[in-house]
Design a protein around this ligand. Sequence first.
Ligand SMILES: [Zn+2]
Length: 117
Amino acid sequence: MSDIFNERVMCSKCGKEMTKRVFERDGFKLRGWQCECCGKRILHPADEEKYKDFKRIKNKIFKVKLRMVGNSYAVSIPKEVISFMREQERLASRIVKLCIEEAKKLALIFNEFDEAK
Ligand SMILES: [Zn+2]
C-alpha cells in the first residue's frame, strides 16, 4: 500500500498543489502539506494520531524504583515510554544521554539513529 504522503494534495481553497512539509510541535515532528498561497496546513493522518499518543504520554508521571547495580543505580523505564521513543525517534542505539536539568530533575536524551554514539 502506498503512503498518502507520496500523493499530490491540492488546496481546497486555492486549487493549487500543496507543498510537503515537516511541522514541529513540542519537539514532535509531523509530516504534512502547506499551501504556499493561503498558508493552509494539512497534517498526515498517521502522524496526527502519533501526536495524540504523544500528548497522552507527555508529562505523565511514572513511579519507578531506584536499584543498586554494582556501583551504579538503575531505574526501569516503562515499556510504554521506550516504545514511544523508538517509534518517534527510530531509536537504534541502546545508549542514551543523561543529564541533570535542574536540582531535582534528571533528563534522558534519546538519540536519533545517525547521532547515536
Ligand atoms: Zn490555498
